[in-house]
Design a binder for this molecule. Structure first.
Ligand code: SF4
Ligand code: SF4
Length: 329
């Protein structure tokens, strides 16, 4: 019997939703099992790191690497799996753009530790204990992976063959990718985004679109939007303009604004900058004839100030992979 190609999936700094999205392909998981030897997946299988180290280089056909690179362990596994895999895929928003873990790049690692372990109302830590890389216990010295100052995307650490975006990737898109690989057809050039569209979520959103003029932004709990009209035109900050298509416009379909999980559309380097630029052309401050620059700025600020968290809104899924990558100073 010929050996099946090996498939591995690794969980770095992420929530686990990517593993769930793989299981969400439902009965098609049986076809995955028929086509591949699913041999490494820390949350499902007991394969150890030493088993991966023992494999010949490039002997894993595909590794789906989900999660951002936040610790020494994540980086070590990224390098190991790169060496052992013929195709390394950044699977999901965390490995592609940094996603929610990447937002911690707005703060120094030391400040993150203070917030998480010391100055937190739900923490009882009278000894002020924070994680250390080296700890002595009676059995000897324990070493835990160092926590980096900045969260990195997978491609900032090792060369990546393909990117499958989404938080998490949509099951039908995962299946499209698996099917294309199983059928053995020609694959897109290395570095391509696969399992997604080429345009923006707005293009697959079925809501009625008119001229976009926004006089006021609202939070989702403040209004009940018209179920047929574009949410952005109603003042809800929908990131569809600045987000890659592929999910089928899932969130606007259920009356929720797109928050941008498929990352920037093709040809866009920085999702947040794209959204800010788009807003610059649709915020409506009324007739500006005869107004001073200060008055124009005041009117713009009044509208923009209703957006509660600029970085968390515009860069929720992409800060690590953006031009700035995080806080500079
Ligand atoms: S609701 Fe969102 S995704 Fe749909 S057209 Fe408007 S901005 Fe685009
Ligand atoms: S609509 Fe936006 S946030 Fe929702 S699944 Fe699609 S890309 Fe992700």
């Amino acid at each position: 019997m010929t050996e099946k190609p090996k498939l591995s999936m690794y969980w770095a700094s992420s929530c686990g939703g990517c593993e769930i999205s793989l299981v969400n392909i439902n009965e098609k998981i049986l076809s995955v099992d028929a086509s591949f030897d699913f041999m490494f997946c820390p949350c499902l299988l007991d394969t150890k790191k030493k088993d991966i180290e023992a494999l010949p280089d490039k002997s894993i056909a595909i590794t789906l690497f989900n999660g951002a690179v936040r610790t020494e362990e994540n980086e070590e596994m990224a390098r190991l799996l790169r060496k052992k895999s013929r195709l390394l895929v950044a699977f999901g928003s965390c490995s592609s753009g940094g996603c929610i873990p990447g937002l911690s790049n707005l703060h120094a690692a030391e400040d993150n530790f203070k917030t998480i372990y010391l100055n937190n109302p739900s923490i009882d830590n009278p000894g002020g204990v924070v994680p250390q890389t080296e700890v002595n216990v009676k059995e000897g010295s324990l070493r835990i992976p160092a926590f980096f100052d900045k969260v990195k995307t997978l491609a900032q650490v090792v060369p990546v063959d393909y990117f499958i975006p989404g938080c998490p990737p949509e099951p039908h898109q995962i299946w499209n990718v698996v099917e294309a690989i199983v059928q053995g057809g020609p694959l897109p050039p290395a570095g391509s985004v696969i399992g997604a569209g080429m345009s923006a979520v707005c293009d697959e959103c079925e809501r009625e679109k008119e001229d976009k003029k926004i006089k006021k932004f609202y939070r989702t709990y403040e209004i009940v939007p018209d179920a047929k009209k574009c949410l952005l035109e109603q003042g809800l900050l929908c990131m569809g303009i600045a987000t890659r298509s592929g999910c089928g416009g899932l969130c606007p379909r259920v009356n929720m604004p797109c928050t941008g999980c498929y990352g920037p559309p093709a040809g866009v380097m920085d999702q947040g900058a794209k959204m800010v630029a788009a807003l610059g052309s649709i915020v409506d401050i009324g007739d500006t004839k005869g107004l001073s620059e200060d008055e124009i700025a005041r009117r713009v600020d009044k509208i923009i100030d209703a957006i509660p968290d600029f970085a968390g809104t515009f860069y929720k899924y992409s800060l690590s992979g953006s031009i700035l990558r995080g806080r500079i100073a």
